[in-house]
Design a protein around this ligand. Structure first.
Ligand SMILES: [Zn+2]
Ligand SMILES: [Zn+2]
Length: 172
């Protein structure tokens, strides 16, 4: 487990209003993501801890790099993402959404881990208006104009369209 993500909370717990700022870079390996989309570059974490009467509020950001492919053109993508962190840590958790303060220590790892996993895009795009491939000839439309005539007809109708001429017209 990554030591820099274990924060001694004794001072914070002693007096509400106490704050603490932490900036660390942690190896991806320490998170045990078990998710190949998160690339092996350091995760940068910057958090602000504030002691409240109800617990310790942690806010800040985490940066990590993910890799994937564009869902339309299959171009490989590698991007740095930023995740906002905003969570409560409590001793003997009474809020089910809060993380637990164990032995007067705050472990930031599960919070950052969860935030990053939720932030990795499930079906990324290389750019918002990526044209993808031509549905007829498969040309990469970002690279070439293939010249295919694409009509926006309903595929079910075009299937019927194709049947025209296959059967002899038996009208009287
Ligand atoms: Zn694309
Ligand atoms: Zn085409």
């Amino acid at each position: 487990m990554a030591k820099p993500l274990i924060v001694n909370a004794v001072e914070l717990l002693r007096r509400p209003g106490t704050t603490k700022d932490i900036e660390v870079a942690v190896a991806v390996l320490d998170f045990e993501f078990d998710d190949s989309r998160i690339v092996d570059t350091p995760v940068d974490i910057s958090v602000h801890l504030e002691s409240l009467s109800t617990g310790i509020h942690v806010s800040g950001t985490a940066h990590a790099t993910w890799a994937g492919v564009c869902r339309r053109c299959l171009a490989p993508l590698v991007e740095r993402m930023s995740v906002d962190l905003d969570e409560m840590y409590q001793k003997g958790t009474y809020d089910p959404d809060a993380y637990e303060i164990e032995n007067d220590q705050i472990n930031l790892l599960p919070m950052v881990r969860e935030g990053l996993l939720l932030a990795v895009p499930l079906s990324p795009l290389c750019r918002e208006d990526c044209p993808g491939f031509c549905p007829q000839c498969g040309a990469d439309l970002a690279e070439t104009q293939c010249g295919c005539v694409t009509t926006d007809s309903d595929p079910r109708w075009s299937a019927l369209e194709n049947l025209k001429g296959v059967f002899p017209d038996d009208a009287p």
